[in-house]
Design a protein around this ligand. Structure first.
Ligand code: FAD
Length: 296
């Protein structure tokens, strides 16, 4: 194998396509749990707007069938180690070895365990207005966000709706922000949030600790996220201040031969198109590393 890719989401499959077409031998491992699996439809994806995440992933996989040099195994990578300059990848089925490796495992969103949050995640509790805001234009919208992020998120959301209520979930809001929101007609709720009221994931209200209800048909939530799985730790890669894997423009990490792409290496936009793009750039990085290794 020339390269092993851990993760067959948007980033991993884009990398596999580029390397497959470059006639490198590629082995992709995937557990089929992309972070967007909770959403019924994906949007803002050129050529696939409105398809389900599953349909988009299936189409990405279908392209790869044309390349005999690209194999996909639907199993979890349990561990990765570096031995004698090569990456040794362990699954329950055995070991695989390659001189280069791309981590494209995505991130896990730490959606609160409070009632209604997980049920609504991806359908009416959203991470991104560019992906799903159009479907909720002018809707009564709750903004569940840390106070220091409230001002910028509210400014952005005003492109989609002016019916906004900032929910600080019990945290104090800066006095300047409070005054600004009052001036532009954005309501603020300071109480802790007890739950989200919904019917089959369709939000009807945010419920506060004191029992008050804020009727809302959608909420945007900013929750912590962590890189999925233990592999970056095992490879001892450098991280960004956000905790994602630090990479250069071509996806190279601090470990020679190890690349990362997609959400797990993102410091900004999280989207399918962005992940495909970083997957492709990591593939170029791998390609050139393989050429260098062949010259030595
Ligand atoms: C709820 C939600 C809705 C979204 N909606 C949109 C949208 O409408 N439009 C848009 O452009 N973007 C959307 N996004 C963002 C977009 O889905 C992500 O940016 C994109 O999926 C990231 O691609 P990725 O390949 O980095 O990771 P993922 O798509 O998360 O894929 C990672 C893959 O790696 C696999 N994996 C992880 N660990 C292992 C392991 N150890 N062994 C084997 N496989 C492993 C996982 O099972 C998964 O299949 C949404 C995100 C969320 C959370």
């Amino acid at each position: 194998m020339d390269t092993i890719i851990v993760g067959g989401g948007a980033a991993g499959l884009a990398a596999a396509l580029t390397l497959g077409r470059a006639r490198r031998s590629v082995l992709v491992f995937d557990t089929g749990e992309p972070c967007n699996r909770f959403a019924k439809n994906a949007h803002n994806v050129p050529g696939a707007d409105g398809l389900s995440p599953r349909e988009i992933n299936a189409a990405d996989r279908a392209c790869l069938r044309a390349y005999d040099n690209v194999l996909i195994r639907d199993v979890r990578v349990e561990s990765v180690r570096i031995a004698d300059g090569v990456f040794v990848v362990e699954t329950h089925g055995g070991s695989s070895v390659a001189p280069t490796l791309i981590l494209a495992t995505g991130v896990t969103d730490m959606v609160p365990l409070r009632p209604g949050f997980r049920e609504c995640w991806g359908s009416t509790l959203l991470h991104c207005p560019f992906c799903h805001g159009f479907e909720f234009a002018d809707a009564a919208t709750a903004v569940i966000v840390a106070p220091d992020e409230a001002r910028s998120l509210v400014a952005r959301l005003s492109a989609w709706t002016h019916q906004l209520t900032v929910c600080t979930d019990g945290q104090p809001l800066d006095a300047d922000d409070e005054a600004l929101f009052a001036a532009v007609g954005v309501a603020v709720e300071h109480s802790g949030i007890r739950s989200i009221e919904h019917r089959d994931g369709i939000m009807t209200a945010v419920v506060f600790d004191d029992g008050q209800r804020l009727p809302a048909s959608v909420a945007y939530g900013r929750f912590p996220m962590v890189v999925t799985g233990p592999l970056p730790e095992e490879c001892d890669v450098e991280r960004t201040p956000l905790g994602t894997i630090a990479v250069d423009h071509f996806g190279a990490t601090s470990v020679h031969g190890l690349f990362a792409a997609g959400d797990c290496a993102s410091t900004g936009i999280r989207s399918i198109t962005e992940s495909r793009s970083s997957g492709q750039r990591a593939a170029y990085g791998v390609f050139h590393t393989l050429l260098e290794q062949a010259r030595q």
